[in-house]
Design a protein around this ligand. Structure first.
Ligand SMILES: [Zn+2]
Ligand SMILES: [Zn+2]
Length: 277
């Protein structure tokens, strides 16, 4: 086992009120969004509806009243923040989503934090396009340009107890498999990959190891691409000049091809699940 302690720099989720986030903070502060104040930043989730709202609660109320969505929040309580983190991880894994921590406020009873679906909102070009063309493109397709109502309101009480209101219903995707390609790799997987890179394990070998980890439910890690790995390399400042990967052939479809026809193929299992018949 390796001893490398890898900290991913500048990667704490930095969600905005609309549930969008800036993953590339370096130039954000010097380029604030345009001055035309976005008073109603939350666009309804439903494609045929153009209503906009200021608060998530209004979106939920509208979806329930006018769009027959029947969205409800479930209350969950945890005795520690660690227990909450564990729940958050498994919730994200099981529902194929990423929650991004948004606004936070402190009141008498504790600290209230909001977590929004990472696909919610629009990707605003907040950095010069000349520098960030590639990243913007990557960010661009992960956003639905509407509000996904899935969110978590987390209250950490002074005694450490965490109470949560969880709105579990996503309206950001219809196809589970497609969704895998749109969410971020969990931090633990990114660190695992960065550890491999730090040990100079060749990318091909890393990709083989990833596929070996596939044992049941298909997860985001299993469709990791060379591009993902290059992004991690950059994020962890592990860049080495001899590594250039413009080839993004390790795409979702390539993985599907690789597994199709194999016995116990998780892709086949997936297809059975997704099939309407
Ligand atoms: Zn609507
Ligand atoms: Zn969502």
């Amino acid at each position: 086992m390796w001893n490398v302690c890898l900290q991913e720099p500048q990667d704490s989720p930095n969600g905005n009120a609309d549930g969008s986030s800036s993953h590339h903070q370096s130039a954000v502060s010097s380029h604030p969004p345009s001055s035309s104040a976005p008073t109603l930043p939350l666009k309804c989730s439903i494609e045929t509806c153009d209503k906009k709202f200021a608060k998530m609660k209004q979106v939920i109320d509208h979806l329930n009243a006018d769009q027959y969505q029947n969205l409800t929040g479930t209350s969950v309580e945890f005795i520690t923040e660690a227990a909450f983190d564990e729940w958050l991880h498994s919730t994200q894994r099981d529902n194929i989503c990423t929650f991004v921590k948004g606004t936070r406020r402190v009141d008498l009873s504790g600290t209230v934090s909001y977590y929004y679906c990472s696909r919610s909102g629009s990707s605003k070009p907040s950095v010069p396009t000349s520098e960030r063309k590639r990243d913007l493109k990557v960010q661009g397709y992960t956003k639905i340009n509407r509000t996904c109502p899935a969110h978590i309101i987390q209250r950490v009480h002074h005694d450490g107890v965490v109470s949560v209101k969880y709105y579990s219903k996503h309206l950001c995707y219809t196809d589970v498999y497609e969704q895998l390609g749109h969410i971020r790799l969990p931090a633990s997987d990114r660190q695992w990959l960065a550890g491999k890179l730090a040990l100079q394990v060749p990318i091909e070998v890393i990709l083989r190891e990833v596929r070996k980890k596939l044992d049941g439910q298909l997860q985001r890690l299993h469709i990791v691409t060379k591009k993902d790995i290059c992004n991690i390399e950059r994020a962890f400042h592990l860049n080495r000049p001899e590594r250039h990967h413009t080839d993004d052939a390790t795409s979702v479809s390539a993985i599907v091809q690789m597994y199709s026809g194999e016995e116990n193929s998780p892709i086949l299992a997936y297809r059975c699940q997704g099939a309407s018949a």
